[in-house]
Design a protein. Structure first.
Length: 318
């Protein structure tokens, strides 16, 4: 397991290359280019944070806290601010809970997200990871509005070696969940993992659909722990933050899966999501394989973003 984590840290460092080039190179030029710490210095830092999709609110807090630290410690050299900045970014990512309670109890995990974000793929990868932990997993193919979703999820189910319950294209998603709950109870499953639709362009329909699903789960499976994860595409930056906000309005979102971080310069969005929404990023994806979906560790993420040598932070992924 430790080897897998070390390997993932290397892939994370590699996957965040574009984001690092976008953000950290700019920081380094400021730290080395300024001879004193003044308002221009802070304005330059602020601009890079905002351009790196870290978000206005998080950026404002980071800069304000940095100014306070610099003043209290009587720091004069810009280069001495680097570690302080790293620490402030980590502090912005602290959230109340990053527990994975659904792994320890009989659970239903609802996964929602708009088309194209990697939702169905994330469900398949998560099924494989839970199966590898020795859990009995059943998949529910409740995204019945996207024709290829069921076929795609069936492929993942076969790959992971788990059972799948599906319905006809266009069927009522709630009816698929109903059938899947019956199967989960009959087969004594540990986790019922549901791929559900997420059409934000019509929030009223989405809200009604989710309400029906929640009602069925409350009535038919009241003893199951309920986790609701939203999948967001890291390449979309601030749009991902806006999507998370909208989903949080219509569902009791307990965590985020952030995909495609390996192909974007907008990886700073992970900071914005945790800072501004106080919803934990629970998984991140930096590639195509099952192993490229991993539990999110905020400290390890920031260390990888700044390419802080893992040897200096041996506990970052432990």
């Amino acid at each position: 397991m430790a080897e897998e984590k070390k390997g993932f840290f290397k892939r994370l460092v590699s996957g965040l290359t574009k984001t690092r080039d976008n953000i950290v190179a700019g920081f380094d030029s400021i730290f080395s280019g300024f001879s004193s710490i003044d308002e221009d210095f802070y304005e330059e830092l602020e601009e890079i944070l905002i351009m790196g999709d870290i978000g206005i609110n998080a950026t404002t807090s980071i800069i304000e806290n940095l100014k306070k630290e610099v003043s209290e410690r009587h720091i004069k050299e810009p280069m001495e601010c680097k570690q302080l900045l790293i620490n402030e970014i980590k502090d912005q990512m602290r959230v109340d809970s990053t527990e994975y309670e659904f792994e320890n109890r009989r659970s239903v995990v609802l996964v929602i997200g708009v088309n194209g974000v990697g939702k169905t793929t994330s469900v398949g990868k998560l099924a494989g990871k839970l199966k590898d932990q020795g859990k009995k997993v059943i998949l529910a193919a409740a995204d019945t509005f996207r024709a290829a979703a069921g076929e795609q999820l069936t492929e993942w189910a076969n790959r992971a070696g788990v059972e799948i319950i599906g319905g006809q294209a266009g069927a009522d998603p709630a009816s698929v969940i109903y059938d899947a709950v019956a199967a989960a109870k009959a087969r004594n499953a540990d986790v019922l993992l549901c791929d559900t639709a997420g059409r934000l362009h019509n929030k009223k329909n989405l809200m009604e659909e989710l309400r029906k699903i929640y009602r069925i789960l409350e009535r038919e499976y009241p003893d199951a722990y309920l986790e609701t994860l939203v999948v967001l595409d890291g390449t979309t930056g601030q749009n991902a933050l806006a999507q998370a906000r909208q989903f949080a309005e219509v569902a009791n979102v307990s965590g985020i899966i952030l995909t495609k971080l390996d192909g974007t310069a907008k990886g700073g969005i992970a900071v914005a999501i945790q800072s501004e929404l106080d919803i934990p990023v629970k998984y991140i994806g930096v590639g195509e394989s099952i192993d490229d979906l991993q539990k999110f560790d905020a400290d390890a993420f920031v260390n990888a973003l700044f390419d802080v040598d893992h040897k200096e932070n041996p506990d970052a992924q432990d």
